[in-house]
Design a protein around this ligand. Structure first.
Ligand code: 5GP
Length: 180
C-alpha cells in the first residue's frame, strides 16, 4: 500500500484531504473551541469508531482542562447505511451539568447525530454541541446543527483517518475517496 494511494478489491482510493490539510484545519477548530469554552467544564464525547483519530488530534489542539468520553454507534453495513441507529457502547459517566461537545467523523444523512442529540439531551447536560470533521450536505435527510465543521465534501464514500471500509482502512493518515 503506497502512502498516497491505496487499493481495496481492485478499487482505487484517491486522496481527498491530505494529512497537512487535516492538521491545519484541526488547529483552527481547536483554537475556536478553546476560545468558546474558556472557563466552562468541557467534555468531548467521541462517536466511535470513526472519530478515534480525529478525537486524539482535536483534544490536543484544545488548550483547556477537558474531559473525554466515548459513545459507540452503528448504522452502517459495508458501505451502505441501514438507517437504524444503535448505541453499541454507552458513555462511561453521567453528563449532567457538563458542556458536551460531540465529536463525529462525518455527518452524512444526519440520522446518527439527530439520534445522539435527542438521547444526550435527556441526560440533562448544560449544553450539547456538535463538532464534525466532515459533512456531506448533498446527503442530508435530517438537518442537525454542526457547530464546528472541518470540511464540506461531495457525495463520495470516504475512508481513512478513522473512517472504515467494511472495518478496514481506518489507519490511513489521510482521507481518501473510493472510486465507485
Ligand atoms: P449518518 O447517520 O449521518 O448518515 O452517518 C453517520 C455515520 O455513518 C458516520 O459516523 C460514519 O460512521 C458513517 N458514514 C457516513 N458516510 C460515510 C463515508 O463516506 N465513509 C465511511 N467510512 N463512513 C461513513
Amino acid at each position: 500500500m503506497s502512502k498516497n494511494q491505496s487499493k481495496l478489491e481492485g478499487k482505487a482510493v484517491e486522496v481527498l484531504l491530505s494529512e497537512e490539510q487535516i492538521r491545519a484545519r484541526i488547529a483552527e477548530m481547536g483554537t475556536a473551541i478553546t476560545h468558546d469554552y474558556a472557563g466552562k467544564p468541557l467534555k468531548l464525547v467521541g462517536v466511535l469508531k470513526g472519530s478515534f483519530m480525529f478525537m486524539a488530534d482535536l483534544a490536543r489542539a484544545i488548550d483547556l482542562p477537558l474531559k473525554v468520553d466515548f459513545i459507540g454507534t452503528s448504522s452502517y453495513q459495508g458501505t451502505k447505511s441501514s438507517g437504524v441507529v444503535r448505541i453499541t457502547s454507552d458513555l462511561s459517566r453521567p453528563i449532567e451539568g457538563e458542556h458536551v461537545l460531540l465529536v463525529e467523523d462525518i455527518v452524512d444523512t444526519g440520522l446518527t447525530m439527530k439520534y445522539l442529540l435527542e438521547n444526550l439531551e435527556t441526560r440533562r447536560p448544560d449544553s450539547v454541541k456538535v463538532c464534525a470533521l466532515l459533512h456531506k450536505p448533498s446527503r442530508t435527510q435530517v438537518k442537525v446543527p454542526i457547530d464546528y465543521k472541518g470540511f464540506e465534501i461531495p457525495d463520495a464514500f470516504v475512508v481513512g483517518y478513522g473512517l472504515d471500509w467494511d472495518g478496514r482502512l481506518r489507519n490511513l493518515p489521510y482521507i481518501g475517496a473510493v472510486r465507485r
